[in-house]
Design a protein around this ligand. Structure first.
Ligand SMILES: *Cc1c(COP(=O)(O)O)cnc(C)c1O
Length: 497
């Protein structure tokens, strides 16, 4: 493809992307395809002779688009949203057009310096303390691929710091902590590193947030056994229910254990810190006071296209002490002089994508006000959905709505006279209802289990979702609940006979 062909194909691609977005609402959220649909349509090896790009571009429309789940669809309420803005797309396009791996400052000064500044902009947007700023010269921020990578990097750095300051400790004596509601990234980090991970209990009465007392008891038990606690992941906005660990209590306990690194994972909910009115709920003060590292994803609810996981540390030396391996060919005079950041020492890979350009485009185009407005609108929409659930006699909220997430279940109190609605029966009924909703293509929700209770998650965040889509979703959920109740009325009656 030469420059003029690229120009033509590029214009066509943008046109088709625009058409995709203007017809998005008429598409099914979930594609009506069966496993193997695409594998059967593709040749099993690359073509011998190169093909015409027009044909390739047409095949994308014909074969790929029909097999996409449309995460930007206004009726997508599953998992968490994944941000996708036109500014973000253009940022990615430019970044990809220069293709440089940006591993150290001199490999492309613009990449490092834009990232340094975007991490500081983002820290200020969220109200993080100056200790996390790159401009502090001590702490700093870096763009990682995902929050899972952020947590892994934090674990590696915490382990390395602990081993350096506690010489003679054996690796198998180390123990890290998560709760039963922590994202799987915690257990995964322990698996990757071969470390013991203790999973702390949380209770429904505490809205599934970690209490200080639980942590204190666990630490005392483990230390009495000769173990070495070195790392804890606290969460602001868990994946299942949006739970928030009690960071004030946790932080007070950790004051007595200064060698333990607290990483706060706010992959989804961290962006709410952009709005001053949510800073108390999202525990900004405690994050600033107690967190050794803090991470949030702009690629979830933060308007920047995947991937953009932001990680901040109060001490950049903790990262570089753990991850700096500098062979001769990577040495530069700027690094040797300590004049620049070499981001390759702040994450696992060597090369890295130029992600900061899309962050720059989005933050400039939206401004702080636009960013806040989007977060507030999503939360308002979710409040509206939660009010629909609350007003129904057949449904209950399982936890208080958290930001833009509602977790609920069907509890049909009066539907089956004479039948006791046991926990097991309610779980089975809700599984049936979820299966019915899951068989539809016009909406997507996800399930979860909270301490044994099967429930349904409803997450608002797609940029095109409006009140009318919530009304539609709610009427569809009620319709499926009605069918579920009929199905179970028959089953229960048959069981009695
Ligand atoms: C989604 C999520 C993650 C994982 O995010 P990745 O960037 O995909 O690794 C981690 N923690 C929480 C609380 C999440 O909601």
């Amino acid at each position: 493809m030469d420059i003029e062909q690229f120009r033509k194909a590029g214009y066509q691609a943008i046109d088709r992307i625009c058409d995709y977005y203007s017809t998005l609402q008429q598409r099914p959220v979930v594609p009506p395809v069966q496993p193997g649909y695409l594998l059967r349509s593709l040749p099993d090896r690359p073509p011998e002779a190169g093909e015409d790009f027009d044909v390739i571009a047409d095949d994308y429309q014909k074969l790929i688009v029909p097999g996409l789940t449309h995460w930007q669809h206004p009726s997508f309420f599953a998992y968490f949203p994944t941000a996708c803005t036109f500014e973000g797309m253009l940022g990615d396009l430019y970044a990809s057009s220069t293709c440089n791996p940006g591993f150290n400052w001199s490999s492309s000064p613009a990449c490092t310096e834009l990232e340094m500044m975007m991490m500081d902009w983002s820290a200020r947007l969220l109200g993080l303390s100056d200790h996390f700023l790159n401009s502090s010269g001590v702490g700093g921020g870096v763009l990682q691929t995902t929050s899972s990578d952020s947590a892994l990097v934090a674990t590696v750095a915490a382990r390395s710091r602990y081993m350096r300051t506690h010489p003679g400790t054996k690796m198998e004596e180390l123990v890290m902590y998560v709760t039963s509601q922590t994202h799987s990234l915690g257990v995964k980090a322990s698996l990757v590193l071969g470390l013991e991970c203790r999973i702390l209990d949380v209770r429904a009465e505490d809205e599934f947030g970690l209490q200080g007392e639980t942590l204190k008891v666990a630490l005392e038990e483990d230390i009495a056994k000769g173990k070495h606690p070195f790392f804890l992941i606290g969460t602001v906005g868990t994946t299942s229910s949006g739970a928030i660990d009690r960071l004030e209590e946790v932080g007070e306990v950790l004051q007595h254990y200064p060698s333990i690194w607290l990483h706060v994972d706010a992959a989804w909910a961290g962006v709410t810190l952009a709005c001053p009115e949510y800073r108390k709920t999202a525990q900004l003060e405690q994050i600033n006071k107690y967190a050794t590292s803090f991470g949030t994803n702009f690629h979830k609810w933060g308007l920047v296209n995947f991937d953009a996981a932001l990680l901040w540390v109060k001490s950049r030396k903790d990262l570089t002490d753990a991850l700096d391996v500098t062979p001769e060919f990577l040495r530069t005079k700027q690094s040797d002089a300590g004049a620049v950041i070499d981001y390759r020492n702040w994450h696992l890979g060597l090369g890295r994508r130029f992600r900061s350009v899309k962050v720059w485009f989005v933050l400039r185009s939206y401004g702080v006000e636009g960013f806040q407005k989007y977060i507030r609108e999503c939360i308002e929409l979710n409040d509206y959905f939660a009010s629909l659930v609350r007003s129904s006699t057949n449904f209950s909220l399982i936890a208080a709505p958290s930001f833009a997430l509602t977790v609920f279940r069907l509890i049909p109190h009066n539907a089956f006279p004479g039948v006791t609605l046991s926990e097991d029966l309610l779980n089975d009924i809700n599984r049936s209802m979820y299966a019915r909703i899951g068989a539809r293509h016009d909406i997507l929700l996800t399930q979860t289990i909270l301490n044994g209770t099967f429930c349904i998650r409803f997450a608002v965040g797609a940029a095109r979702t409006r009140k009318e889509h919530l009304d539609q979703a709610w009427s569809l959920i009620q319709e499926e609940a009605g069918s579920t109740i009929e199905e179970w009325a028959e089953k229960l009656a048959a069981g009695k006979n």
